[in-house]
Design a protein around this ligand. Structure first.
Ligand code: NCC
Length: 276
């Protein structure tokens, strides 16, 4: 596989990855029951047009980064799963515009998900690993984690908070591009929440700064900035094709290597600023 130029790669991402949320008009969700639960407004309508956005990975290297103020200077901030703010503002900021969570968290950690206040801020988006290029119907019948009931419960408790379900087609459209631009064969597992979140923000924002997805000089085996747990696989990947995701993001970075080294910061253009 020949590597595309950064410009061509950005065009592929813009044109082939469809970032959409499940709507009441989609396949098995077109019932009166589901229409009660799915948000009435589209994500675009909910967020409006965003300028500078930040994506905050959960990496251990955010610890002692003092990036909080810089992160909060953005118009919108996206965070992942159970990544907390309380007690970590200095390093990760305090603004949360969107929180992207995986379906495992919504299902297996359901009690925490329903109870913890950290999920009540901003817009929630949940995604679930789907079979390769499956139709929505097929995925709906056998999701990786059956999060649908918890989703409904959460929606009943917090009806005012926007909470979207990511259209599962996106993960494989993105995976195909990762595979086409890698020399090695990639296990057919979906991209990490991190990579999905980056592409979601590229569709919503003029410019996207990503923090500690490409590790800075603070790189560490500590998995998360909020836990003591050590595992190299967190940064390099085991289930998710993390290493390939990071190579691709490095390739399209418009910032400097110095910014990666000191801030773990990558700057990507929003798709509306990509001209093909
Ligand atoms: O760890 P996780 O990811 O929640 O991290 C969010 C995203 O940050 C990037 N990251 C994280 C740690 C690190 N050292 N380097 C990084 O670059 C990654 O891009 C990652 O996606 C996930 O992707 O959803 C994941 O979720 C966890 C876990 O399910 C949730 O934290 C909820 O508890 C997964 N861990 C386990 O299942 C044990 C993880 O594999 C992927």
């Amino acid at each position: 596989a020949a590597k595309l130029s950064p410009e061509k790669l950005l065009c592929q991402l813009r044109d082939r990855v469809n970032v959409t949320m499940i709507q009441g008009s989609d396949g098995p969700f077109d019932t009166s029951e589901w229409r009660q639960y799915l948000p009435g407004k589209s994500l675009n309508e909910t967020v409006g047009r965003l300028g500078r956005c930040a994506v905050v990975s959960s990496a251990g290297s955010l610890k002692s980064s003092h990036l909080g103020r810089e992160i909060d200077s953005h118009d919108a901030v996206l965070r992942f799963n159970g990544a907390p703010i309380k007690g970590f503002q200095e390093d990760v900021g305090q603004k949360t515009t969107i929180r992207l969570v995986n379906s495992q968290l919504v299902t297996v950690e359901e009690q925490q998900f329903l109870r913890e206040a950290l999920y009540n801020t901003g817009i929630l988006i949940v995604w679930d690993p789907a079979p390769y290029h499956a139709e929505i119907h097929e995925w709906y019948r056998k999701p990786d984690y059956n999060f649908f009931e918890s989703y409904k419960v959460y929606r009943s408790i917090h009806p005012e908070q926007p909470f979207y379900i990511l259209n599962p087609k996106m993960q494989w459209q993105l995976w195909d591009i990762l595979q086409e631009n890698s020399l090695e064969h990639i296990q057919p597992n979906p991209p990490s929440s991190g990579m999905l979140g980056i592409v979601i923000m590229m569709t919503l924002c003029d410019e996207v700064d990503v923090y500690e997805f490409l590790p800075s000089k603070r790189q560490t085996d500590v998995c998360h900035y909020y836990q003591k747990f050590h595992d190299r696989a967190c940064t390099m990947g085991a289930y998710h094709p993390l290493l390939f995701e990071k190579n691709l993001v490095k390739h399209i970075n418009q910032g400097t290597d110095e910014d990666i080294y000191t801030h773990g910061k990558v700057t990507l253009p929003g798709f509306r600023n990509v001209h093909c």
